[in-house]
Design a protein around this ligand. Structure first.
Ligand SMILES: Cc1cc2nc3c(=O)[nH]c(=O)nc-3n(C[C@H](O)[C@H](O)[C@H](O)COP(=O)(O)O)c2cc1C
Length: 364
């Protein structure tokens, strides 16, 4: 992508200078902790939270913000039809903390251009940083409605949605998309160019075909192809687990930043760690579990709060050698007090960690 001199994008003078930095964590922080311009606004850094249904909710985002370091937060996908009339005090999805709004993007899903434009209008009126259009979800309930990854089968329909949203709002417009329904990258590259022409300000690209539920590795070369095709920022996404994965994604693809999903749930402090040198203390896992339990209880009714805590344990447990065992302890809890008790009892400092959290364990 092209950016003003004051905001270098990889590869650039700044990144070449950083190539000489030998400490990988310092190099990573140097690459990520740079502002990036999106649609005339500035994002403080280039490491963002990916949208995740049932996971990137207001309670999780509050805990993540406690650690800091995340450039942009994304809501889970919100159905466009519901957004204009949603009550944030009642909704589990379309709800936020006032203080996160300047860094919060609302993801909307839908296929009808008018509905999507009206949803985007509400998003802008509420004061979000921007609006993100979901063109990646391949869950059958979404695809059957022509939304999510179904739009990749019909580029004209995808374009109509982006044009309608662009005509309606001025806030930065993001599109999150995948390779498509076949493994070739050319359709994604062609679509990326058309999305830019239609007014998208930033693309977040997950280089996998739509029916692939993260069982095969993402194709990094495809991120490079998309990033080189457009002049707006392109963020890479997919299977970034360790700092080295993030460095490799930046180095191999020339993308402008990285969007992290599941690993953010496993270790929400990674944003602070990778961008600002934060070093987690030995009680960090217990503190995280307790903070999330508290935040969920403040935001959701007891049944929903407990259910959401249990969804998080899949990713959290992947950190540990005896992860399945640990997860089963949490899954057996019938109340949030029992969760807290389990956290205090079982999340002791020094629990053996796996070197690389097991992706297969949390494939959904
Ligand atoms: C439980 C779950 C829910 C997800 N929900 C969404 C969603 O609502 N919108 C979206 O664009 N992507 C969604 N994704 C995809 C992620 O944003 C991301 O593209 C994917 O997990 C790959 O990134 P990662 O390897 O860093 O997790 C979801 C992924 C997971 C695991």
């Amino acid at each position: 992508m092209q950016t003003p001199d004051s905001m270098p994008s990889a590869p650039s003078a700044a990144t070449s200078a950083l190539a000489a930095v030998t400490d990988p964590m310092a190099r990573l922080a140097g690459l990520l902790a740079r502002p990036v311009a999106v649609g005339g606004r500035t994002v403080a850094n280039r490491l963002w939270l990916a949208p995740m249904a049932g996971l990137s909710h207001v309670a999780f985002r509050e805990v993540l913000d406690g650690f800091g370091g995340c450039g942009l937060l994304f809501t889970e996908m919100c159905g466009a039809r519901a957004v204009p009339t949603e009550n944030p005090r009642m909704s589990a999805l379309f709800t936020w903390r006032e203080e996160e709004l300047p860094r919060l993007v609302c993801q909307i899903a839908g296929a009808d251009p008018r509905e999507m434009a009206l949803a985007a209008r509400r998003v802008e009126d509420e004061g979000f940083f921007g609006v993100d259009i979901n063109m990646g979800c391949s869950v059958s309930g979404i695809v059957k409605k022509g939304a999510g990854a179904a739009l990749l089968r019909d580029p004209d329909a995808a374009l109509a949605v982006v044009q309608a949203v662009r005509a309606e709002v001025d806030v930065p417009l993001f599109v999150k998309f995948r390779t498509g329904w076949t493994p070739e990258v050319d359709p994604a590259v062609a679509l990326a160019r058309r999305l830019e022409d239609a007014g998208a300000d930033c693309l977040v690209f997950h280089p996998r075909v739509a029916p692939d539920r993260r069982t095969r590795p993402p194709v990094r070369a495809h991120i490079r192809a998309v990033a080189e095709a457009v002049s707006i920022p392109v963020l890479g996404n997919g299977d970034v687990v360790l700092p080295q994965d993030c460095l490799d994604m930046l180095d191999e693809t020339g993308c402008d930043g990285v969007s992290v999903g599941r690993m953010a749930i496993a270790r929400p402090w990674l944003f602070a760690e990778w961008t600002a040198g934060f070093r987690p203390g030995e009680t960090v896992f217990r503190d995280y579990a307790l903070a999330l339990a508290d935040a969920l209880e403040r935001r959701f009714d007891p049944i929903r709060a407990l259910k959401r805590f249990k969804s998080f344990t899949i990713y959290f447990a992947a950190n540990f050698t005896f992860g399945h065992d640990l997860q089963s302890k949490f899954l057996a809890c019938h109340s949030m007090d029992a969760v807290r008790e389990a956290a205090r009892t079982h999340l002791r400092p020094g629990l053996p960690l796996v070197r690389r959290p097991n992706l297969a364990m949390y494939n959904t």
